[in-house]
Design a protein around this ligand. Structure first.
Ligand code: FES
Ligand SMILES: [Fe+2]
Length: 438
């Protein structure tokens, strides 16, 4: 249970709030490059309660600026890409990647007024097909964009996903130090839902059976990059997998899983106090002897899990079940009324770490996972509890049951077809200039 003041301290992310200041110490993914190209090079984005516009100018430079034109406050997200910046649709004022106004077509020839007009701009960088933004303090050297292993492993098919979730970021993230929920939500509840809806698909049934496997034990500790989580299911041995190796919650808002030959690395990114964007990069290991083509841009999918009427539309998917749980906790979960139990040990530790890191930021220090040494950032290795390609989704007999990727069984055909279709779509967005290597 938290006091109202503590709950506000952990959940509110707008400008000037303690958690907003902590979040702004980290690079966050605001869009996929393919998404920006599909939208013609100008795309409104919202992060930590701020409306911004992401753009790619005619020279291929990426920019992120505040969404309001300095002239008469029209949304630049309605504008279009110009050779040297983003152009406002109303009178054509144009802003470059530094936020400097570089064109005011209606002003008299020779006017220097544009030189006096500048709007807020933020640094952006690309990695793994995503465009990352840094909204942190501009008076200190820029931290490095972290090169987490799942983002830089070679020879992996990648797909980027976006799920917009109508609730506060923390209840999404508190799902991660709570692996025990899988037994019920993705196991028992899922089976009950399939019964009710007449679902007989054997693959889904086996998946739910696997998730319903009982937890023998689970444990948590503060680790190098966040909260180290370990658990052991019935039928598993204790010397490997999720008990012997574990999987971290990567501080402050990153969820990392492996399973079915998929390695998912994703952010529960606060759009504002009551909206979260789950952004994930899912890597598919094709198995030995398969060469993955260069993916530029990396394909993306936008997935709806709650419709405009508030109905949960993806309860046949694991994440759709999670989203139901999170959204049903309310726009901001009222933690003054909760009753934490033994299964919440991981959540209690995660909140402790959040409070500790908030205090560091308030003392003018970097929180954890802010990297400034390039040698440390070549590839930041996180634990891999399964051999790459090993699957989760255990049956009662301890065998894995989902479409796994192993040496004997490279990427399953249905998965390969899905990824290739997405890849073809993304390739069609390729910038001809970039394709020539210009
Ligand atoms: S409002 Fe943008 S140019 Fe006039
Ligand atoms: Fe879950």
């Amino acid at each position: 249970m938290l006091t109202q003041e503590e709950n506000d301290r952990l959940t509110r992310v707008g400008p000037g709030t303690p958690m907003g200041n902590l979040m702004r110490c980290y690079w966050h993914p605001v869009a996929a490059k393919a998404q920006l190209l599909e939208r013609g090079g100008v795309m409104p984005v919202r992060l930590f309660g701020e409306d911004l516009v992401l753009f790619r100018d005619g020279m291929g430079r990426l920019g992120l600026v505040e969404d309001r034109c300095a002239h008469r406050r029209v949304a630049l997200g309605c504008g279009y890409a110009a050779p040297h910046g983003v152009r406002c649709p109303y009178h054509g004022w144009t802003y470059d990647v530094t936020g400097q106004c570089v064109d005011q077509p209606g002003e008299p020839a020779g006017s220097t007024f544009k030189d006096k007009v500048k709007i807020n701009a933020y640094p952006v960088q690309e990695l793994a097909g995503l465009i990352f933004a840094y909204l942190g303090p501009q008076d200190r050297p820029l931290p490095l964009l972290p090169r987490w292993d799942r983002l830089v492993w070679p020879n992996v098919y990648r797909v980027i996903g976006f799920i917009k979730i109508p609730c506060n970021w923390l209840q999404c993230m508190e799902n991660t130090p709570d692996p025990v929920h899988t037994e019920y939500l993705h196991g028992q509840f899922f089976k009950q839902w399939m019964d009710k809806n007449g679902v007989t698909d054997q693959r889904m049934r086996k998946l739910a059976d696997g998730f319903a496997t009982h937890f023998i034990k689970h444990d948590y500790e503060i680790g190098k990059y966040g909260i180290d989580r370990r658990w052991l299911l019935e039928g598993q041995t204790g010397d490997k997998d999720t008990w012997g190796v574990g999987l971290p919650l990567v501080f402050p808002d990153i969820h990392c899983t492996s399973g079915s030959g998929r390695h998912t690395f994703g952010w529960r990114m606060p759009i504002d106090d009551v909206t979260t964007m789950e952004v994930f990069v899912r890597g598919f290991d094709p198995g030995p002897g398969v060469e993955v083509p260069v993916q530029d841009p990396v394909p993306f999918v936008e997935i709806e899990m709650v419709d405009d009427a508030g109905r949960f539309t993806a309860l046949d998917a694991i994440t759709g079940q999670d989203v139901m749980a999170w959204v049903s906790q309310g726009p901001i979960c009222d933690r003054t009324k909760e009753r934490l139990a033994d299964t919440d040990r991981g959540i209690i530790l995660y909140r402790k770490q959040l409070f500790e890191q908030l205090a560091r930021v308030e003392a003018g220090l970097d929180p954890i996972n802010v990297f400034r040494d390039p040698a440390e950032n070549e590839c930041i290795d996180l634990p891999v509890p399964w051999d790459r390609g090993y699957a989760w989704g255990y049956g009662k007999d301890g065998s894995y049951v989902t479409g796994s990727v192993t040496a004997a069984d490279p990427l399953p055909a249905h998965l390969k077809a899905e990824i290739e279709a997405l890849y073809q779509k993304a390739s069609s967005l390729r910038d001809p200039q970039l394709a020539r290597g210009a």
